[in-house]
Ligand binder design. Sequence first.
Ligand SMILES: CC(C)(COP(=O)([O-])OP(=O)([O-])OC[C@H]1O[C@@H](n2cnc3c(N)ncnc32)[C@H](O)[C@@H]1OP(=O)([O-])[O-])[C@@H](O)C(=O)NCCC(=O)NCCSC(=O)C[C@@](C)(O)CC(=O)[O-]
Length: 302
Amino acid sequence: MPLPHHVRLVEVGPRDGLQNERHPISVTDRVRLVNDLTEAGVSHIETGSFVSPKWVPQMADSAAVFAGIMHSPGVRYTALVPNLQGLQAAIGAGVTEVAVFAAASEGFSQRNINCSISESLQRFAPVMAAAERQDIRVRGYISCVLGCPYDGAVAPSQVASIAAELIAMGCYEVSLGDTIGVGVASATSRLIDRVAAQVPPGQLAGHFHDTYGQALSNIYAALLEGVSVFDSSVAGLGGCPYAPGASGNVASEDVLYMLQGMGIDTGVDLQRLVAAGQRICDVLGRPNGSKVARALLAHEQE
Ligand SMILES: CC(C)(COP(=O)([O-])OP(=O)([O-])OC[C@H]1O[C@@H](n2cnc3c(N)ncnc32)[C@H](O)[C@@H]1OP(=O)([O-])[O-])[C@@H](O)C(=O)NCCC(=O)NCCSC(=O)C[C@@](C)(O)CC(=O)[O-]
């Protein structure tokens, strides 16, 4: 398939990235990150989650983050919700788009949301119904599409049937998560080819963690299969609290550099994105996980 002219980058750093930090991050710093990303031109920012604070304490106070951010017109500020309680909290915080999340493996589903895959899908039914009544768009995630830290290999047909179910329930798009970053390009192509038999690539997104350094080649493989939406995390922040050893999502700066080099438009300003990433790294006291950011910042200091 020809490469797309435009890619939508879904910035998940403020949620997927920060949820895995060891120490709590202040609301002020979370708001600042979202505002910096907005000013860099990102049009879709996963800003927080409304999950149990006992499970993921780093995302407590997501309502305060939504109250503090700049809400630039045309930018989608979204939140993750696991159940109706989460949706109601998100609605209370003024959120207009949410994401539900399922897993392709039973082991990860139990560890992440304390229920089986089929129970999780049942749990989403009232979430979808309530979201529809309130005119709230819902995105779907599937974790562990290319392998599970607990169950090992995952069949593409299993991913395809869950993706089809999420779309049938009313999700406008399903993001396929390589949660532990084990996939390689050929596996990604095979997976998307199989899923596309049930859900068109135009309704799929790629969500690649970079644990084994394969994320960019997986994105390229997915682009060739017709996918044009990718999740990424500024400065490569993050991991997943229920996937030991998983490193962060692919760094947004690295994805942007690759797409720009291929002549694909995203609307995002690389220099501003690099500045946003470095600022949050300074706050967190951690090294910048983006190779592109490190290279560009080194040039600036020459
Ligand atoms: C799903 C539950 C709640 C089940 O957890 P549970 O313990 O089975 O839930 P429960 O219904 O029995 O409720 C237990 C307590 O949680 C509260 N509770 C219940 N729901 C909520 C809520 N929405 N917000 C706030 N509180 C909530 C509820 O009120 C109750 O409070 P208590 O009476 O004990 O004081 C829990 O397992 C949970 O919150 N899990 C979230 C885990 C998570 O956020 N993981 C990271 C995100 S997924 C991810 O990163 C992968 C992804 C998306 O990026 C893609 C990829 O890379 O693969």
